[in-house]
Unconditional design. Structure first.
Length: 151
């Protein structure tokens, strides 16, 4: 089973569990994510989650998955990136993993674009405009490609 199939299955289970537990706060946050997705996603680049994970040489027999009430993350031990997917909407982000160097300085923990580099932001933007510009460059709308059958 690919990451996208696991992600979709896990989203359904998490939402069902939150409804059964009557966790209105968590459900409201998921709904807010869904509304923001509807509002902003038309500006986001599109990418196939399974293809992107494969491009990082993370295979389904090696990747790890964890979740909280809003996000599901995929990563492979020894790799420096983690893919963070929203539960309330079909998008993902790529984040560098945190680490502390020998001097005690924290590195990583930043969202990057699909070429795994920090995005170049539009000059002169500040506050909400700068945040929106960064989000536009680090959020990726999931697309679905049909697998070709081989003869």
């Amino acid at each position: 089973m690919g990451a996208k199939a696991l992600y979709i299955d896990e989203c359904a289970k998490i939402i069902a569990r939150l409804k059964a537990e009557k966790d209105d706060e968590a459900l409201d946050k998921i709904e807010r994510d869904r509304n923001e997705y509807i509002h902003y996603s038309h500006q986001w680049p599109r990418a196939d989650l399974d293809e992107f994970i494969a491009s990082l040489n993370i295979t389904d027999d090696k990747y790890n998955m964890e979740h909280n009430k809003r996000k599901i993350s995929f990563w492979d031990d020894g790799k420096e990136y983690e893919i963070v997917c929203a539960i309330g909407a079909r998008y993902f982000r790529v984040r560098t993993k945190d680490y502390i160097d020998e001097k005690g300085v924290k590195h990583g923990g930043v969202y990057v674009n699909l070429d795994l580099k920090e995005p170049k932001l539009t000059k002169g933007l500040e506050g909400k405009a700068a945040k929106a510009d960064r989000n536009m460059r680090t959020h990726f709308k999931m697309i679905y490609r049909k697998k070709k059958l081989e003869n």
